[in-house]
Design a protein around this ligand. Structure first.
Ligand SMILES: Nc1nc2c(ncn2[C@@H]2O[C@H](COP(=O)(O)OP(=O)(O)OP(=O)(O)O)[C@@H](O)[C@H]2O)c(=O)[nH]1
Length: 452
């Protein structure tokens, strides 16, 4: 089953859409769990003890934990209680907004850890976290309300950029470089912020940038496989090289060389991956096309079968009322007696020979189909009654002139031309009635539909 996309006719893969929504819920639950763990640790250890621990630098402050708790709940509830979810997201934006104002007011004399509105340093988020939460609170509200989709995506991309740059920056700090503004975003906060971004993008996956990743197409398959590695690999490379420099003492020139080699390797691997995907999809397309052709082909004569004929008639009728069309219905004469006299195998040979004669009698745009048993149908798009008669006569002549191995074989033909108000069935019925008259009148002849 496919869900048609609301815009641009994108078809979404429902299984992938469900997967994205489930991912956003997992992210919501993870954020709630992390926030509760931070609150619990603070309650058990006390604020002072927590501040003294070596990992304090890397974990979210209490206000960040509160923001994660609210945002996680918003993600979990966005489908069941959208209004409550919008409220929670706006609360995140408000909480972070207050912090942003605090940082702006203190910016002239930089004092990030100062008290603000009664909140001490252990509680307050830093300036980058505040900015990111404020943006993500707005993103969450916009995502649930389905508003300002492109602004929402732009904000998400900004926060993803902040989170990734902070990670890379942490690598450089571990390598002994000076602490910088980005490094002030605790590494766990950066990770959870990245997850929150991805969570909001996945919560309503059929809108915005994510809609290509849930598309039921080759583009969708590429996006699903390549976007995350493309986002994360440069950061991981920076991080690991910086660590390599600090732990292994690599020189600057060797570091540059390694960066070039790794980047080249990563880009090449991605291209190879894309090439594999393209190749597989091309092979699947070819196999699918071959299977469709086989399903539309009669095994004995290799002509189009009844299914293909119905499909072709359906297409002609869908294309419009005015298109001219003639139909020939053809039936081998006294075929039962041929079978009885010479056997079924010989009868099959006649059917195959018939297919060749009929194919040779029509133009490339016409369709010859085996209707069943020893009955055939020819569709002549664009043909009128005179053209249909010409084709019918050509078939009769070809049968008469053919060197049949056992005994001469003849064929009877009935023709009908499409009239206003015809359906595929009514047209075939009129051709069949004309064929019946050919049989009645002595076989081996062409009869057109209409008054005798
Ligand atoms: N060999 C062979 N015979 C087939 C096949 N399909 C149908 N037939 C035979 O075609 C014969 C059709 O016989 P009838 O419907 O009585 O028609 P007829 O003998 O051609 O008589 P008229 O149509 O009145 O000229 C039957 O004997 C079927 O067994 C097939 O795939 N192979």
């Amino acid at each position: 089953m496919r869900i048609a996309g609301a815009d641009e006719g994108i078809c979404f893969n429902p299984r992938v859409v469900r997967g994205f929504v489930a991912f956003s819920r997992v992210v919501g639950a993870l954020l709630v769990a992390c926030a509760l763990a931070i609150f619990l640790a603070t309650a058990v250890l006390g604020t002072d003890a927590r501040e003294a621990l070596p990992w304090t630098d890397a974990t979210p402050r209490l206000n960040s934990a509160l923001a994660f708790l609210l945002a996680g709940c918003a993600l979990l509830l966005c489908r069941v209680a959208p209004k409550l979810s919008v409220g929670l997201s706006l609360a995140v934006a408000a909480l972070a907004g207050i912090e942003v104002v605090g940082h702006v007011l203190q910016a002239t004399e930089y004092a990030p850890d100062a008290r603000w509105l009664g909140m001490d340093a252990s509680r307050r988020m830093n300036e980058l976290a505040a900015l990111a939460f404020m943006l993500l609170g707005l993103v969450g509200a916009a995502a649930i309300m389905g508003r300002a989709i492109w602004l929402r995506e732009a904000l998400v991309v900004i926060v993803i950029g902040i989170a990734l740059a902070s990670w890379a920056s942490w690598g450089l700090v571990l390598a002994g470089e000076e602490a910088n503004l980005l490094r002030r975003l605790p590494v766990v906060t950066a990770l959870l912020l990245l997850l929150l971004c991805l969570g909001w993008m996945s919560a309503v996956p059929t809108t915005g940038l994510t809609r290509i990743a849930v598309a039921d197409s080759l583009g969708g398959a590429f996006a699903r496989r390549l976007i995350l590695p493309a986002l994360l690999l440069p950061v991981l490379i920076t991080f690991s090289l910086a660590m390599g420099q600090s732990r292994l003492g690599l020189s600057q020139s060797l570091l540059y060389a390694l960066t070039a080699a790794l980047t080249g390797g990563v880009i090449t691997s991605m291209i190879v991956w894309v090439a594999f995907l393209l190749d597989r999809s091309e092979r699947l397309r070819r196999t699918g096309a071959a299977a469709r052709t086989e399903a539309d082909t009669d095994g004995l004569t290799r002509l189009a079968n009844r299914r293909a004929l119905d499909g072709a008639l359906g297409r002609i009728w869908r294309d419009g009322e005015d298109a001219q069309l003639a139909v020939l219905m053809l039936d081998l004469d006294n075929f039962k007696s041929f079978n009885d006299s010479f056997g079924h195998q010989a009868g099959d040979e006649v059917l195959r020979e018939t297919a060749g004669l009929l194919r040779a009698a029509v133009r490339p745009g016409d369709l010859v189909a085996r209707y069943g048993g020893e009955e055939f149908v020819i569709l002549l798009p664009g043909a009128d009654a005179a053209a249909a008669r010409r084709v019918g006569q050509r078939v009769l002549e070809a049968f008469r002139a053919n060197a049949w191995p056992r005994r001469p074989v003849t064929i009877s033909i009935g023709a009908a031309v499409r009239q206003p108000g015809d359906t595929p069935d009514s047209l075939l019925q009129r051709a069949d009635a004309a064929l019946y008259r050919s049989k009645q009148d002595g076989r081996d002849r062409f009869t057109a539909d209409g008054p005798a």
